[in-house]
Design a protein around this ligand. Sequence first.
Ligand SMILES: *Cc1c(COP(=O)(O)O)cnc(C)c1O
Length: 417
Amino acid sequence: MQRYHTPLDLVRERSPERPVALARPDAVAVAARWFQDNFKGDVFYAVKANPSPWVIETLVANGVTSFDVASVPEIELVSQFAPGARMAFMHPVKSRRAIAQAYFDHGVKTFALDTHEELAKLIEATNGAKDLNLIVRLGVQADGAAYSLSGKFGVDAHQAPGLLLAARRATQELMGVSFHVGSQCMRPTAFQAALAQASRALVRAGVLADVVDVGGGFPSVYPGMVPPQLGDYLDSIDRGFAEMMVHETTELWCEPGRALVAEASSILTKVELKKGDALYLNDGSYGSLFDAAHTKWPFPVKLIRGEDGEAKEVEGNLKPFRFYGPTCDSLDHMPGPFWLPEDVSEGDYVEIGMLGAYGVAMNTRFNGFGDAETVAVEDAPMASMYGLARRSIPVPKAETQNVVRLSRARSKKRRRK
Ligand SMILES: *Cc1c(COP(=O)(O)O)cnc(C)c1O
């Protein structure tokens, strides 16, 4: 990966024609260390949020050596870039072939399930293995998340006790519970509430869990979507866990995706045309901007103007703009509003921030576009949950006031396995 001090240096040096993904490994390092220092248990990175090799390598270098994977290609990726790492196959629906490959070829022992059918599949596909860690995914009632993840997976409260009991009987190793409160969860108490639901299911089943996995959902910060401090989420988990009946060695796990990587990538796009309040960019919903198009997610932007070896960041009178991507599909539209200086024009560059999670990972080649290169930069992300932001997000005042700062260091881990 080529390295530049800042995006301005990149524009100054070679005014890129194609979109460029800007990688900030330092931001991943800070987030990884924060979770390692503050979460009182084991941190599994949810690979789907951003499967870039540099992300995996940076996480490992900063102590996150466990991975939540959902497919064989993700397992192969982690094996390649984090040899020897611990993996948990947390997709509740897997093919028999994927289970066998994970177990026999890659030594994966931990699997999620939410039905008796999947439990039978796991046992059969591993030739009756006795050393599986079986994690029952519960459907939890959680509000406060921008993306619900409970519609598709998770056993309901009525069926959970029977499945927990069956999983307990099927393994001599670890039996656990997991859930997902929904991605970009804006309410810390959602975790305590979900843990209470898990606790009730375990009590009704009459079993103790060896693993309590609180999943992902830890938020990042976007214009108009400024969550409470991350420390509040861990406090809520501590309270919920403390109220559960567990044994001495019960392990607490989490599976953050977004919170570890959201800050760490942005995309540098070029304005191909300006038509009123619409800017036609060389990246769009089939590239890194899926969420900006399909859930109208707000992302911070800044304007960079470069000519003849010069480049500068342009500020000035901000106006709301919307974006079109480069494909011919009219769905390739990002309504924003994105606040940019009113004199933005063809040939300018727009850096779109906070695309490290579910952004650069979503790129397709539809219509001949999407061929973005990746370079590393050293400047701070546009916004941060960890006190790193290089400046306030360029949107109207009311929405920028409480950019979250790093919470005070919390007490050390209960235990390290
Ligand atoms: C997507 C996913 C995660 C990560 O969720 P974030 O909201 O990005 O933290 C964690 N666990 C499972 C099972 C997932 O599907």
